[in-house]
Design a protein around this ligand. Structure first.
Ligand code: GDD
Ligand code: MN
Length: 380
């Protein structure tokens, strides 16, 4: 096998037959297989099986009941299953013209690159198929932001957001990828320094059906970008930083109404502890939750730690205020900085540590039971 074409699909039934026919036609000169990695809830799997019968080239279907990682996860799964090291990824809606596959393969065969990107933004490429002006703007702005954040890795890449590319899978660390949402190429290019070439292509209109891009995908993209750029500790710092600002603002507000600063510090701390927990679950440790203990267990540990921290922090603030005569807000700020590092260590090493296998302790059983009860559907 010389080439594996990987097509992630989510409800693309009316596009499958046409796509297979055109790939088949475009790749007659090399030995090719197609792998559909499908998360559909419609008749797409049937359409794929029917197209496989009719096609001259091997067409395989991986249907996932648990669509981990969305589009990006599907692409990685396809690469792991591919018969060839040379993997070409394209959408299933014919916005990526199969007729461009040969020029991508030929470019790769010069032998000097690991990735060939089909770009809308070089030569006579164009992005005409983007649904409307707002999509064009979003695409342009996110491309600019991404390139600004990875000036070195994305130096020669004009279209890091495209879903149409060819890669030698031996050059990438498939296991190390954390595919989330739509932007799998960005994930691949940002994690390792790779040699990239681009060929132009015209982004076409959808053949049938509708786009699955959404506001939610946009949010995914932003967390992916921050995660790739800064890693966990910095994400944790951003959330901790926002929490600290909120903490100080609440304290400032309360002390100005005449409240004692110690009482104000307690109220501000509790509000921030709760908000931080939800934010870190969602944005920082989301990928470790699955292997860690249940939500309640994580919450109790995190809550206990943060309260212990606050209990230690408040006399420390009092000490600083009384001995150094600095303002209570500055003293609180100083203690928050020290606490940050200890808190990060505790959360990554204890709260989100992988569950231990074997007989659970009694406390563990109690918390697990609480967990099960808490998520049970309510009955009246
Ligand atoms: N397996 C799987 N799972 N496939 C998915 C999923 C999913 O959760 N979500 C979407 N897909 C498939 C679609 O069926 C389609 O084949 C392809 O991924 C792209 O989805 P579209 O819904 O057509 O997205 P788009 O046209 O808005 O986005 C395209 O353009 C972007 C650049 O503007 C994609 O090519 C993106 O990868 C690309 O970044
Ligand atoms: Mn599309």
């Amino acid at each position: 096998m010389q080439l594996t074409v990987i097509v992630p699909t989510f409800n693309e039934a009316p596009n499958v037959a046409e796509l297979v026919r055109r790939i088949d036609e475009a790749t007659v000169s090399f030995e090719t297989e197609i792998i559909f990695v499908d998360d559909s809830t419609d008749a797409t799997p049937d359409a794929i099986r029917a197209a496989a019968e009719a096609a001259d080239l091997p067409v395989r279907l991986i249907h996932r009941d648990k669509p981990a990682g969305g589009l990006g996860g599907a692409v990685v799964e396809g690469m792991l299953a591919a018969a060839s090291d040379l993997c070409l990824v394209m959408d299933g809606d014919l916005q990526h013209p199969p007729e461009d596959i040969p020029s991508m393969v030929h470019r790769f065969r010069h032998g000097d690159v690991d990735v060939v990107v089909a770009s809308r933004y070089v030569g006579d490429g164009d992005s005409g198929g983007l649904a409307d002006r707002s999509r064009v703007l979003v695409s342009r702005a996110s491309t600019a932001l991404t390139k600004a954040m990875f000036p070195v890795r994305l130096k020669g890449v004009s279209d890091p957001m495209t879903g149409f590319f060819l890669v030698d899978r031996r050059a990438i660390d498939l296991e190390g990828l954390k595919p989330r949402g739509f932007k799998i190429l960005l994930e691949i290019l940002a994690r390792r320094s790779l040699r990239v070439a681009e060929v132009p292509f015209r982004f076409a209109e959808r053949f049938a059906g509708e786009s699955k891009a959404s506001f939610r995908q946009g949010l995914h993209f932003l967390t992916q970008l921050t995660g790739l750029r800064f890693g966990k500790m910095s994400l944790f710092a951003i959330i901790g930083g926002l929490g600290a600002i909120a903490n100080l603002a609440i304290m400032y507000g309360f002390t100005h109404t005449g409240m004692n600063y110690l009482v104000a510090a307690v109220i501000a701390a509790e509000i921030t502890i709760l908000a931080n927990f939800f934010a870190q679950e969602r944005f920082v440790f989301h990928d470790m939750k699955g292997e860690a203990n249940g939500t309640w267990s994580r919450f109790l540990k995190s809550f206990a730690f943060n309260n212990a921290e606050a209990v230690i922090r408040i006399p420390a603030i009092a000490l600083l205020v009384n001995t150094w005569h600095i303002s209570s807000v500055i003293a609180a700020g100083m203690t928050l900085v020290v606490a940050f590092f200890v808190r990060f260590l505790f959360h990554s090493l204890v709260v989100y540590a992988p569950r231990r296998v074997g007989e659970p302790s009694r406390a563990q059983k109690f918390v697990d039971e609480l967990d099960t009860q808490a998520v049970r559907p309510g009955e009246l």
